[in-house]
Design a protein around this ligand. Structure first.
Ligand SMILES: NC(=O)c1ccc[n+]([C@@H]2O[C@H](COP(=O)([O-])OP(=O)(O)OC[C@H]3O[C@@H](n4cnc5c(N)ncnc54)[C@H](O)[C@@H]3O)[C@@H](O)[C@H]2O)c1
Length: 344
């Protein structure tokens, strides 16, 4: 039976990669992307599928019920996946209020539309950051949600709406909590594409604190197959961790990408930590629950990092207009200006 997926946030980094993945692997299915094209959303991320007759793009905001219900009226959607979010921690610290529209209200609007029109599955893409930080060991799905930034608090709020919908209305909700994701089409404000594109321009890489924060890195294709596994095989009402099992400090990752690019480590400029107390020191996920459904990451970290770096080297036409845009430069100036001065 062919399915129709509505992918909210489908023009963003992980959403677009998921759209590519799904259409490549499910020739019978249709995929619709709904996206507001915020600064992080980019139609160019969908170019490889734009002319595919199984694909359709709908512009609009997820917190707008007219938009969402309008799509449900003209399309027979079987699966709704929500990737849409204000997804950047640093921006959330600058503006901790407006993200609630997307990360909480938007989720509630999508859930309500799914309830009214009926779907086989509602998959909500969440993050490991809802757990807060962990000193040793790894988070399991049953651990409490203790977010420490406005971004992760908003994501936890979205999860709570999904959880309540499942209990109150039996909406067929499944949640995934992925770890730090990297790969092609990632907006160059997150650590890896920010540093890769700056290194390619021989600019300084402003590394927070001592760079000792530990993240569990996952290649975007593995994150997508994890989401697909939870969508198809996950139990309704359950949450699934999607971790790559690649714990690295930010400093290690930075050194590695400089080595791949054959650029000097003198480009690294340690700076004070703008996140202060809110900068989680370590995240780690126990993904045994998803492994039990038959999923495991297929990409070696070093090979995936090389592939990612190569993609940015080969796709300057994708990132150059972004890094030269007024909005992007204003963000970098506001956030890093005090540390980089003339080097901006
Ligand atoms: N990037 C990571 O490392 C990571 C890790 C775990 C989980 N996640 C989660 O995965 C999801 C996707 O993350 P990403 O890195 O691809 O983010 P992204 O910022 O690249 O993409 C978000 C997309 O959502 C769209 N969007 C934002 N607000 C919207 C709204 N109100 N209505 C419609 N569209 C809207 C944007 O235009 C953009 O295309 C997010 O929910 C995020 O919390 C990300």
């Amino acid at each position: 039976m062919s399915r129709t997926l509505l992918v909210a946030g489908g023009a963003g980094f992980i959403g677009a990669n998921f759209v590519h993945y799904w259409l490549e692997n499910h020739p019978e299915d249709r995929v619709l992307a709904l996206d507001a094209l915020t600064y992080a959303g980019n139609p160019a991320n969908l170019l490889p599928v734009w002319n595919d007759p199984r694909f359709r793009f709908y512009p609009g905001r997820i917190e707008d019920p007219t938009v969402v219900n309008g799509i449900f009226r003209v399309e027979k959607i079987t699966h709704l996946l929500n990737f849409a979010a204000e997804s950047h921690n640093d921006r959330s610290l600058l503006d901790p209020v407006s993200l609630i529209n997307t990360n909480v209200t938007g989720v509630a609007v999508l859930l309500e539309a799914a309830r009214q029109h009926g779907v086989e599955r509602f998959l909500h893409v969440s993050t490991d950051e809802v757990y807060g930080e962990i000193g040793a060991g790894a988070f399991r799905e049953s651990d409490p949600l203790e977010p420490r930034t406005p971004y992760s608090a908003g994501k936890a709020g979205g999860e709570m709406m999904a959880r309540a919908h499942r209990i109150a209305y039996q909406t067929p909700v499944v949640i995934t909590r992925g770890s730090n994701t990297f790969g092609p089409y990632q907006y160059p404000e997150k650590l890896l594409p920010f540093f890769i594109t700056r290194a390619l321009q021989n600019r300084k890489l402003p590394l927070y604190g001592s760079g000792q924060q530990v993240r569990d890195w996952i290649f975007v294709r593995d994150h997508c197959t994890g989401i697909a596994t939870a969508l198809e095989r996950g139990a309704t009402g359950e949450a699934y961790n999607v971790g790559g099992g690649n714990e690295r400090t930010n400093l290690e990752v930075t050194r590695r990408l400089l080595a791949i690019l054959q650029k000097p480590e003198t480009l690294i400029q340690p700076i004070g930590d703008p996140r202060g107390e809110a900068h989680d020191r370590r995240y780690a996920l126990d993904s045994a629950k998803l492994h039990a459904l038959g999923w495991k990451p297929a990409h070696d970290f070093d090979a995936a990092l090389e592939r990612t770096v190569r993609w940015y080297v080969e796709h300057e036409s994708w990132w150059r207009p972004i890094v030269e845009s007024e909005g992007y430069r204003a963000f970098v100036a506001r956030y890093y200006g005090p540390y980089l001065g003339e080097e901006l």
